[in-house]
Design a protein around this ligand. Structure first.
Ligand SMILES: Cc1ncc(COP(=O)(O)O)c(C=O)c1O
Length: 398
């Protein structure tokens, strides 16, 4: 099938909830993507912060094939080895005591909402049901996660939403304290807001949220679906803050591009959950778990994380050398970087393909760079060169 036919069939047969540029990607290698026409692109999106190890890591297909030949699925009715190994690995590398596996970031957050409501009901009785979240947050598109993703455009067509949600201003300790009252079961925070424009929480804010949650025995949930698993140069983004949650949700890079999410909890949360409280058919399947164990071991390696921090600093330095009067801020941590412009940059994202660059935005005026974590300094230089060419080209046209 050629590119044109793929695009025609897409328009004819695939539900139109995505708007895609006229490119058909066929294969990848390292940080490079190749389309069906033989063009290559430097990828600063990585499947939206998924492909941490880049494309073509030989261990991933090897582990998949080995596990698939033995066993792909038997359901969560039975014991299997791969997901218990992965759970142990995640517990050993985090604050958590227990892990629940699912298939996406939204599902991990749904589980966290349910766990928090059960915890509050078990420990405090009826009436402690409110979930606090923050402006600019993105927690997913399922009904619970959507209710704590305060964007009119995403929410309006699907109302009524899950009730008992309170939204407060992000990075405002006073607003957080005012919102976190006795009726709150859980507080959801992204330590670095991803879709919201790569906005890191401040230390004071996360500390205030932790203290306010403790004061009313509300659970603090960190959504590290996008910022977790090495993206910031720390295995967990919250390590930078010295603030620990009661629950953490992860997904995106966890299983090397295969669908997997997880909800990590402390013992006090685990204590209120019993068989039948929550479940999913595919969660923690043998193949994804076997791959994820490999990915987590790679991402948790101290040298690997130091490399992410060093290359993140290099990317930041190179971006700060750019001479574009429309750039108003460059921020982020590790290889999670946002470049804010004083104008709508969404047309740039599409235009970038002409410069052999794959980009994504985070909101209308922020370019988000979340490349594979294995990107080299030379590839960063090449990416920034192409990005600079794109900005200059726009300037000339504009
Ligand atoms: C912080 C955060 N939470 C949750 C989600 C939802 O994850 P998924 O698309 O896997 O459902 C995303 C996806 O972008 C995210 O960035």
């Amino acid at each position: 099938m050629n590119a044109q036919q793929v695009i025609e069939w897409e328009q004819k047969y695939v539900l139109g909830v995505y708007s895609r540029p006229p490119v058909v990607f066929e294969r990848g290698e390292g940080v490079w993507l190749y389309d069906t026409e033989g063009n290559r692109y430097l990828d600063l999106v990585a499947g939206i912060a998924v492909n941490a190890l880049g494309y073509g890591d030989p261990e991933i297909p090897r582990i998949m094939a080995e596990q698939a030949a033995k066993l792909i699925h038997v359901s969560n009715l039975y014991h299997t080895e791969p997901h218990t190994r992965l759970a142990r690995l995640l517990v050993e590398h985090s604050f958590a005591d227990k892990v629940f596996f699912c298939n996406s970031g939204a599902e991990a957050n749904e589980a966290a909402i349910k766990f928090a409501r059960k915890y509050a009901r078990t420990r405090h009785g009826e009436g402690k049901t409110v979930i606090v979240a923050f402006e600019g947050a993105f927690h997913g598109r399922t009904m619970g996660a959507l209710a704590i993703t305060p964007r009119p455009h995403y929410q309006a067509p699907f109302r009524p939403l899950m009730p008992d949600v309170r939204i407060a201003t992000f990075n405002d300790p006073e607003a957080a304290r005012a919102a976190i009252t006795e009726d709150v079961a859980a507080v959801f925070v992204e330590p670095i807001q991803g879709e919201g424009g790569i906005r890191p929480a401040t230390v004071e804010f996360l500390q205030a949220v932790r203290e306010a949650a403790d004061a009313v025995d509300a659970l603090l949930v960190f959504d590290e679906v996008q910022c977790g698993l090495g993206r910031t140069g720390h295995l967990w983004a919250h390590e930078y803050y010295g603030v620990t949650p009661d629950i953490m949700t992860i997904a995106k890079p966890l299983a090397g591009g295969l669908p997997m999410g997880a909800t990590l909890v402390t013992q006090k949360v685990a204590d209120v959950l019993a068989p039948g409280d929550h479940a999913t058919t595919f969660g923690g399947g043998a193949v994804v778990s076997a791959v994820a164990a490999y990915v987590v071991e790679r991402l948790a390696d101290e040298d690997f994380l130091a490399g992410v921090r060093a290359r993140g600093a290099h990317l930041m330095r190179r971006l700060r050398e750019l001479n574009d009067s429309h750039i108003v801020d460059i921020r982020g941590r590790g290889l999670m970087v946002g470049i804010e412009f004083d104008r709508d940059i969404r047309p740039l994202v599409q235009k970038a393909l002409d410069y052999g660059l794959v980009l994504v935005n985070a909101g209308p005026n922020v370019i988000r760079m979340v490349p594979p974590l294995v990107i080299s300094d030379d590839e960063i230089d090449e990416a920034v060169k192409r990005f600079s060419g794109l900005l200059e080209g726009e300037e000339e046209e504009g």
